[in-house]
Each structure stands twice: as structure tokens, then as C-alpha cells.
Design a protein around this ligand. Structure first.
Ligand SMILES: [Zn+2]
Length: 59
């Protein structure tokens, strides 16, 4: 199997990683309180999921 002649320098490795993890994770908007929340999860702000209150949120 072909092998690389020389390993990439740490500068070259770091340069490759500069474009990594630039986008934020996907967030959806809660239809109840219009806060940003993770999709398919109960809203941590108001405790609603699919139009029903699933969890009491302490303030
Ligand atoms: Zn909400």
C-alpha cells in the first residue's frame, strides 16, 4: 500500500482544521415561546412539546 513520504507539519494540520466546526448545531424555533431549541426535544424554556406541556419549567 502506498504510504505518505512525510507526515504533515503541525502548521499544515492546524491549517486544515481552521475550517472545521464553523457552523452551529441545528436549532429549531419553539412554536410556543419562539425560543431556539433542539429539534425533537422538549423546549427547555417553556417545557412544551408537540403543543402540550410535557414538563414544568422552574423559573
Ligand atoms: Zn418553548
Amino acid at each position: 500500500m502506498a504510504l505518505p513520504t512525510r507526515r504533515h507539519s503541525s502548521a499544515r494540520r492546524d491549517l486544515r482544521r481552521t475550517n472545521k466546526k464553523l457552523t452551529a448545531s441545528n436549532l429549531s424555533t419553539c412554536p410556543q415561546c419562539h425560543e431556539k431549541k433542539l429539534p425533537h426535544r422538549i423546549c427547555p424554556n417553556c417545557g412544551y412539546y408537540a403543543g402540550q406541556e410535557e414538563m414544568k419549567v422552574e423559573i
